[in-house]
Design a protein around this ligand. Sequence first.
Ligand code: PA5
Length: 456
Amino acid sequence: MPLVLDYANLTTERLEGVGIPPDVLHHEIADDFRRALATLRAWREEGRLGFLDLPDTPGLADSVRRTVEPWLDEVDDLLIVGIGGSALGAVVLRDALGGVRWNVSARVRAGRPRLHLLDNPDPDSVAGLLADLDPARTAVNVVSKSGSTAETMALHLCVRGWLEEALDPETVRRRLLFTTDPKGGVLRAMAEREGIATLPIPANLGGRFSVLSAVGLVPAAAIGADLDALLAGAARMRTRALADDLRGNPAGLFATLLHTLHVDHGRPIHVLMPYSDRLRSLALWFQQLWAESLGKEGRGPTPLPALGAVDQHAQVQLFMEGPDDKVILFVAADPDADVEVPVPPGAPAELACFRGVTLGRLLDAERRATTEALRLSGRPSATLEVGRIDAGALGELFMMLEVATVLAGALYDVDPLDQPGVEAGKRFTWGLLGRDSFVPPEIPPADPALRTGEPG
Ligand code: PA5
């Protein structure tokens, strides 16, 4: 089923006095969309939107399959070393397409490798993971567009040292794959010097827009996902997301409605709340994409991840009755499996309504009930209906949210493709580590009076 955006609960049709009235939708918002689409087209003309070309990049899926194939009989674990946009997509692909039990169930994996992400240089996590893995049965994919991010470089060296302690140099080389810029960066130089296999991240593709490049396709291939279906789904959505008619364009509606609800209705917080464990990590991926692309020059919305139904017992209280500054975006999906709730004869009367009910139906009822309760509280929400969570649906989702992000960049009048704030932190980190030509920040000494618990 093609992805559907149900946005009735953002409009006055269902949210009287609070939502967006039809004349605003058909005039101001339609005009905003036309301008944003023109900006997107100009950026595409300038060659800045490499993600739009990924679905039909010749040989992309084949080159990834050829690279991953030799590992499949040799390894039990694949480590993805990367951070931010270079990392989060792998987890979405694993959880959505492999299922959340991928790493713990040999039955689910059916002989394919477990997939681990090393993003945070937290020594407890890294030491713990490496202690549990067998270097002789592990492959490592280092992912960095710039090929010079401190966390990724350090983790790469740690993992490499761990491999080298156990294996001969030739085996280490065969177990490494660098996914990086086609020309620049430390990783590219090392790969060329040492004959390590590489896959390119096109020059016009930033980390957070790279999930449909080799960055995401390598982990997807490792878990046996259908790469062609993933890219075909993205291509289908690209057609819809670049269409001029706003009414049929989910990316255009997503971007313009959220932007309007922020700047004209005072709702800067955008909550993405999938009702599916398999899509929980999508909310984290979206958070990174939306925040790093749009938060600049004093502008931008605040994305907030949530999970249905768990957050009905946590954040939903805040969404329902806290500050009226949020738009809730539900994601509805059809589970692959379902579980009937068995109600034994003689069960308490209060539980009798579970008779014949499945957990899938319960979860769906919870989402619909929360949507309605929010509406009655005058709180806007919309629902992305995904249908079955397969490779095609995921390709559609990724492409829709990426195009929406670029359109939102145009609407907020920021460049969605740069990240000057992140770069500043990266430079200071290298400076503090004493890397040549990087200047450390001048951090003023701490005033003991402003630190609790300091000895007097
Ligand atoms: O989305 C982005 O551009 C960033 O989050 C990067 O992915 C992140 O900073 C890692 O950068 P790199 O891929 O260059 O190592």
